[in-house]
Write a protein that binds this ligand. Sequence first.
Ligand SMILES: [Zn+2]
Length: 265
Amino acid sequence: MTDVPQPFAFLPGDPDSSVILHVPHSAREIPAGVRSGIVLDDAGLERELDHITDAHTATIAEAAAEAAAVAPWRFENRLSRLVVDPERFPDEREEMLAVGMGAVYTRTTHREALRPGGFDAEPLIGRYFRPYARAMTEAVADRLAATGRAVIIDVHSYPSAPLPYELHGDGPRPEICLGTDSFHTPPGLLAAAREAFAPCGETGTDSPFAGTYVPLEFYGKRAEVSALMVEIRRDTYMAEPGGPAGEGLPRLASALATLVDAASG
Ligand SMILES: [Zn+2]
């Protein structure tokens, strides 16, 4: 018998903070019943996890939360994105479906088979994707009720060299890519992020990854829910792929704490 891992966690911050640090892709954990539906052998799976996981982003968020003057709330996915990717649309709206990487991936980062042909994604959507989306929706509603607004800062990382699955891999790859949404990302939040991350290198917007995550219930409807995605280039803080964190991590955590404080004010 193995313990069933907790699929996600909402970690409290200051009651007056409107900020939620969302960390969807940091974990490598795959429950045994989900592992058996993946066709890679163990070595192949470890290699895929090295490429696809936003390693150490939970550590960056945790350190930022500790350093911030007003502690943000944190929503962490405790399972690998190979179980379900909570940030993808669970249907045909998802452009990544074209490369087998909708909410339930069927292809690897190198466009090889991850799950068998004809794989039924619905059980994973029901068991993991929908409960996650519900809990994240409630987390945002909770901050809205407490403070009158919510600020979702989505914490990711991305490889310095494009992977074959990327749809927009030929664009710029700055040290910090800020993903924005025309409705949910106020110019002030974007400017605060550019300033906060200036010590970490170059910042750019929406390349190579665009957009930011907002639960569908609020998406395009509630301007009090603001959001920004922070995609950190992995060579700024870790050995790629899948290696340990290096000396760049504290600087990134400190920059993120500065952004949290700017967004809280
Ligand atoms: Zn990510």
